[in-house]
Ligand binder design. Structure first.
Ligand code: SAM
Length: 210
């Protein structure tokens, strides 16, 4: 793990704190209210979502491949009343059986995973047919001027954001996957740099394998 990776994990909660308190916390709570049954979350990071899950879920399996993040996630999980298990895994290769979860959660992570299409294939495999994917992702701007700036600043941002791609057309990637988007909204993340403001939130369902 690079030094910046460790600093990024140590500073993550502080860096996103204002945005979470003033905006994203409410967005997470609203979307995560759709979670039920056995839930798998990819790239859980420091565990920002833990406080926002409905307490009615049966089980939450948080996956996270980076130890500096996972360490903080474990600490938060110890202080929660949720039934949480933490698994060291990348989203492109989930160590779970087919059709084993009711809900999958991806928040601010499809921007960072190495291969978003592969991650979506894995989520679709581990979800039961009809299972829900809840997503909250910052994405490529629909406005061409801002999209151009996202492309220009991408080489810098990807380093600063520890692998975060500010210009990924994630809604297109979800729509091209085996998920069917049931509902989505476009919005903006206030209190953040313009290149990571365009936001999509929504719910998609896993189609049955052909
Ligand atoms: C910007 S953070 C988001 C954390 C959390 N999901 C949230 O909403 O605050 C991105 C996370 O993705 C994780 N990550 C990086 N590569 C990944 C991969 N291939 N599969 C799953 N997670 C990955 C990082 O370690 C980091 O915890």
């Amino acid at each position: 793990m690079s030094l910046w990776g460790r600093i990024f994990a140590a500073g993550y909660d502080t860096f996103v704190g204002r945005m979470e308190r003033r905006f994203m916390g409410a967005v997470r709570k609203e979307l995560l209210a759709n979670a039920s049954g056995r839930v798998v979350e990819i790239g859980s990071g420091t565990g920002v979502n833990l406080q926002h899950y409905p307490r009615t879920i049966e089980e939450l399996v948080c996956t996270e491949p980076e130890e500096p993040m996972a360490k903080r996630l474990r600490r938060k999980a110890e202080g929660t009343d949720l039934p949480v298990t933490i698994v060291n895994a990348g989203a492109e290769d989930l160590p779970f059986e087919d059709d084993s979860f009711d809900t999958a959660v991806a928040t601010l992570v499809l921007c960072t995973v190495r291969d978003p299409a592969a991650a979506l294939r894995e989520l679709s495999r581990v979800l039961k047919p009809g299972g829900r994917l809840i997503f909250i992702e910052h994405v490529r701007a629909t406005e061409p001027g801002l999209a151009k700036w996202q492309d220009r600043l991408h080489p810098l941002w990807v380093r600063f954001g520890h692998g975060c791609h500010c210009n990924r057309p994630t809604l297109d990637t979800i729509e091209a996957s085996s998920f069917e988007v049931q509902s989505y909204r476009r919005g903006e993340v206030p209190f953040s740099p313009p290149i990571v403001r365009p936001l999509i939130t929504g719910v998609a369902t896993a189609r049955a394998a052909p």
